[in-house]
Design a binder for this molecule. Sequence first.
Ligand SMILES: Nc1nc2c(ncn2[C@@H]2O[C@H](COP(=O)(O)OP(=O)(O)OP(=O)(O)O)[C@@H](O)[C@H]2O)c(=O)[nH]1
Ligand SMILES: [Mg+2]
Length: 383
Amino acid sequence: MSQQSDRVNREVASSFFESSHARFEEEMQDGLDTLNIIVIGRVSSGKSSLINALLGKVRKNSLFKVRAESGVTQKVQCLRLNDRVRLIDSPGLDDVRADHSSITRKFLERVDVGILVVDGSSDARQKQHLDDLRRQCAHVFVVFNKIDEYDKWQPIVLERVIAQWKQDLGVETIYPTCAFGYDPEVNYAMQLDIRGVDVLRADIESLLQQRWQDIVNARAFSETRTAILDIIAKAMVKLAEQALKPQSSPYILGTLAIAVTEIQHLFHGKTPSGAETRKIMALLASGEPCAWGFLWVGGSSPHLSLDIPTTRDAIADGLAMLLTLVEMLRQQVKFTQGNGEAELARHLNTVVTSLTETTPDKWQERSFWLGLLPTLLEPTQVI
Ligand SMILES: Nc1nc2c(ncn2[C@@H]2O[C@H](COP(=O)(O)OP(=O)(O)OP(=O)(O)O)[C@@H](O)[C@H]2O)c(=O)[nH]1
Ligand SMILES: [Mg+2]
């Protein structure tokens, strides 16, 4: 990890639960710059109470509304804690699922860390919710709230209930918590009863300290990923059509240049100059001089068109180049001589294998590329 991202991550962790500048947002403005944590769970399981406890609030200054009746939190509520973290409270799970509004959808698309709150005796149906969250999030914490309800039993009862939850959900760790006392209508003699929240908070902080940058980068990439797939698939179809015709070299080069420019634009938000694009292409092509040489000789002749193996090489080179470009931009690697060569060779290897296994007529089909590309572009698993 670089010194700079280390510093950023430490800042995140130290300021994570610091809520003095926290503000509620009506809509997720963009959600790309912050790590977004959602608290989700059955109605009245104590989600809003848990967030208040995580933020170190007492009854008087609590931020999220808590009541004994069910359905208190009616819509997704987003609290921007600071520059780096958003904390999202949600209504009961069935209400979240029923709510198809674009605001809720936007929130749910942008969550990175999930906190699933469960309570009472184990309910295997919650596994579905956990799986859904896992698909969306880099990490999910499972919290078993309202442990005070087991105070009247021997400790073994609570242990057994938690063990059953672990088994039904298929998880190794469950955080037992109590977040009682935020309801303003609670009997005035009752004190706040907060337990287990410190352990959960410390583990969230530790996750942020280690992974904040990676998690935010991975989500940002997954958002541009669809656009990248589209650009590369389009370029490959064109390349396959062009490569089989005489004098195809300038067209192939032009198609690749357009794709390189579009991908650069996606990452940097601005169109690169022609010189920049040419430099990148030359650097990436220099890793495979032989294949490119054949391509230019064959593809420049007015009389010859490329044979199938050369066409395949031309397509493979182009694709490996674009995949390497994406990888280098993701990892913010500088485009200098030698950088990316190993990546290029690796991609070329996989790409040639995939193409050898298919018939050339497939190469002109967009659906073929959209089927193949996701496996080649799989983002690094965050956790
Ligand atoms: N005994 C006990 N009660 C709790 C605990 N946490 C929350 N409660 C109570 O459970 C009720 C619901 O709490 P909320 O925090 O509003 O629960 P929620 O999941 O946000 O509820 P909705 O927004 O309606 O889905 C309130 O009466 C809380 O005081 C706990 O740890 N123990
Ligand atoms: Mg609530």
